[in-house]
Design a protein around this ligand. Structure first.
Ligand code: AMP
Length: 137
């Protein structure tokens, strides 16, 4: 069954589109976490980033960059977050890969709190983690 974003892309359900090309669309997130909150979505259905071909992400990020600049021009936010939730553990709720563009007007509007584990890690821990990622490339 097509997910909600595929239905939006097929124009079966309405959305406020701000961009469309052969591979990618962008429309306003219905929640408007902040003014101008926009989703950038590949037309083809990929569940999450783990399925997305790198060539497509290169194009998608180009569109994210273009739209970030347009949103800056339109609303003059003080900052902007680019967010991708991949998998339930990361807070994904719509399982069709997408990136959020979230313009920020005040620091207190949204809080992303990342735990800082720096003090509990040794140089060896960092080395080992970097080694595992490089080996997996
Ligand atoms: P995520 O939690 O990263 O999967 O984000 C899914 C996002 O899709 C949420 O921010 C929702 O507000 C947004 N969303 C869900 N349904 C719609 C819809 N019909 N039109 C626009 N945005 C939607």
């Amino acid at each position: 069954m097509p997910n909600i974003f595929s239905k939006i892309i097929a124009k079966e359900i309405p959305a406020h589109f701000v961009y469309e090309d052969d591979y990618v669309v962008a429309f306003l997130d219905i929640s408007q976490a902040t003014k101008g909150h926009t989703l950038v979505v590949p037309k083809q259905e990929y569940t999450d980033i783990f399925e997305v071909p790198e060539e497509l992400s290169a194009h998608l990020f180009k569109v994210v960059t273009l739209l970030s600049k347009a949103i800056k021009k339109a609303f003059n936010p003080q900052g902007l977050n680019i967010l991708g939730n991949n998998g339930e553990a990361a807070g994904q709720t719509v399982f069709h890969f997408h990136l959020h563009i979230i313009p920020r007007y005040e620091k207190s509007e949204i809080t992303f709190s990342l735990k800082n584990n720096m003090g509990s890690l040794s140089t060896e821990d960092y080395r080992e983690r970097a080694k595992l990622i490089k080996a997996a490339l």
